[in-house]
Design a protein around this ligand. Structure first.
Ligand code: ARG
Length: 568
């Protein structure tokens, strides 16, 4: 697609003492559309030219005369404003979308480099709650966004499958567990056993000893205990897999903390040879005073390994095995210090790739009625939220369109999609409150609203098809000069920019917002213009626009991990 900024840069630099690259960097996008599509500020030139910026703008405007691609160039104060030739742009953009389809706006920024993305990282035998959903969806969306730009990706679910709590859990299963019941309803049953363990241990302290010994046996790879541990993992994974399926997600690796506990020793040895380890109150630490961080504990007093060290091992494993250009950790902001320490220790070890590691953090979510937690009775299971959303959508469809074909599938796509979209619509570092009524509303800035708009495009395309009209590059763009059409074309042109912004800031919400903006622009167009009319040329142009909107909307939805039903 034409880079209009480039055209401006070339034209301006030919007339002033500034190279084209410098002009290019200076060009701005006016906030107010009345001021044009691009603007060149003349302030910088006023020193060398010894003239007022307003005068420079005026002179430059006269010198430029006409520039290809622009219908108007105007001097306003110290700015030179450029107005795109809307018909030309509409023709170009719509044709490009119709021709490239889902390849539209993609580019090869990544050049095939591998990006490792760790996300979801749920904990075995603990609920998959809405906080984990945030990690899951941000991570999956970032994966798709990286692929859009030609990166190769490797996704990891770093399961929380290790720690002393497994000693307790195994003791509880042995004493009071019913394996069939656990397999039926894994996490709630395991959770119950875990709670029971704590209650019983209050009365009988020997249980704690037994749990400690059991964990030591697990560390020593005692076959019997290992099998019991595996039972917990497998049972939990039955439940988690069901959820990932609903969310349309899978991972390239499920290697969790336990797996990496076998890779710790060489790293700890190396820290020791490098003289980076200090003993403090019996524990082994890496001092991080020089970078203003509290020390990282690598080994506890009792010699047992910890979370930090497993991460140190897994970071090395990722570099060695996947040779990443970037390694992303999508984990809540409560662990910000942990990741700062981790990257700082890697840097101390001389790992240049420490700079390629990035903690993509996110804020907390509360569901109306308090924080989400895995302890205490106040747990909100994600699956319940997903199902509640599906039921609400089912109720709305029953009201609006009870005869909808494939109704069950659509209810899932829209219900689950509503929850997913909500996660990605809020900028990630903000805390936010999850409110079901808002999330499932067909009218708000929601997943269902975007999906409904997509279905509306599909429905128009079906009607057009029935009259022998389909979106084609052979249309008269000068028929698309009403404000609503022009606004849509401008958005279509900026799709790649929105996705690139999401890539650079690790913020899928730029794509989610883009989808809502495009949906809004389309609905305005829909209400202002009859689309299929007696005038075949006009209908042809409008249908081409509808086809382009449908394609880009579907692609944006795919990037934020929601389905695009063709009927709703
Ligand atoms: N399982 C942890 C939790 O749920 C998150 C793991 C984060 N990833 C990591 N590499 N430390 O809190």
């Amino acid at each position: 697609m034409t880079d209009y900024k480039q055209k401006i840069a070339a034209a301006v630099s030919a007339n002033v003492d500034m190279c084209s690259a410098d002009v290019y960097e200076c060009i701005e996008y006016p906030k107010n559309p009345e001021m044009g599509d691009y603007s060149f500020p003349c302030f910088r030139l006023s020193k060398t030219l010894r003239k007022a910026p307003a005068l420079i703008a005026k002179d430059l405007c006269e010198k430029l005369g006409k520039v290809e691609g622009f219908s108007k160039i105007e001097a306003a104060g110290g700015f030179l404003n450029f107005y795109l030739d809307d018909a030309l742009v509409a023709g170009e953009v719509i044709k490009e979308v119709l021709f490239k389809k889902s390849e539209y706006a993609r580019s090869n920024i990544g050049g095939g480099g591998t990006v490792v993305l760790e996300y979801s990282s749920v904990n075995i035998a603990k609920p998959f709650h809405i906080g984990h959903l945030r990690s899951t969806m941000i991570g999956e969306s970032l994966k798709r966004i990286h692929r859009f730009f030609g990166y190769n990706t490797f996704s990891i679910n770093y399961l929380g499958d290790y720690g002393t709590q497994f000693g307790k859990l195994i003791v509880a299963i042995n004493r009071w567990g019913d394996k069939a019941a656990i397999e039926q309803n894994p996490v709630p049953e395991l959770l119950k056993l875990y709670v029971r363990f704590h209650e019983e241990a209050e009365k009988d302290d020997s249980l704690n000893d037994e749990a400690r010994q059991t964990f030591v046996r697990l560390e020593n790879k005692d076959q019997e205990v290992e099998a019991q541990w595996k039972f917990c993992v497998d049972a939990s994974m039955i439940e988690f897999s069901r959820i990932y399926k609903k969310l349309g997600i899978d991972f390239d690796s499920y290697n969790g903390e336990r797996f990496f506990s076998d890779y710790m020793q060489p790293v700890v040895d190396e820290l020791r040879t490098m003289n980076l380890l200090e003993t403090s109150e019996g524990a082994e630490i890496v001092n991080l005073d020089d970078v203003g961080l509290i020390p990282a504990i690598v080994q506890k007093r009792d010699g047992s390994s910890i979370y930090f060290t497993r991460d140190l091992a897994s970071a090395h494993y990722r570099k060695k095995n996947y040779n990443f250009v970037k390694s992303i950790y999508v984990v809540g902001s409560t662990q910000a210090l942990h990741f700062k320490q981790l990257f700082a220790v890697l840097a101390k070890m001389g790992r240049q790739w420490a700079d390629e590691c990035k903690h993509v953090q996110f804020g907390q979510i509360s569901i109306v009625g308090g924080k989400l937690t895995t302890r205490g009775g106040n747990v909100i299971f994600l699956e319940d939220v997903l199902e509640a959303a599906r039921e609400e959508i089912s109720r709305i469809i029953e009201e609006k369109n009870p005869k909808l074909p494939n109704r069950e599938t659509v209810e899932k796509q829209v219900g689950y999609g509503a929850v997913i979209f909500q996660e990605l619509y809020t900028s990630r570092e903000k805390d936010y409150v999850f409110e079901m009524e808002k999330v499932t509303n067909f009218q708000g800035e929601t997943g269902p609203y975007v999906q409904y708009t997509h279905a509306r495009c599909c429905s128009l395309l079906r009607k057009a098809e029935a009259q022998g009209l389909s979106p084609s590059g052979d249309f008269r763009a000068e028929l698309l000069l009403d404000d609503a059409s022009v606004a849509i074309v401008k958005l279509l042109r900026k799709f790649g920019d929105a996705v690139e912004l999401a890539l650079k800031s690790y913020e899928p919400h730029h794509v989610a917002r883009y989808a809502v903006d495009l949906a809004k622009a389309f609905n305005r167009f829909y209400y202002e213009n009859p689309i299929i009319t007696d005038d075949r040329e006009l209908s042809g142009a409008r249908i081409a626009l509808v086809g382009a909107v449908r394609t880009v909307l579907a692609e944006a939805m795919n990037l934020v991990c929601i389905d695009a039903p063709s009927e709703m």
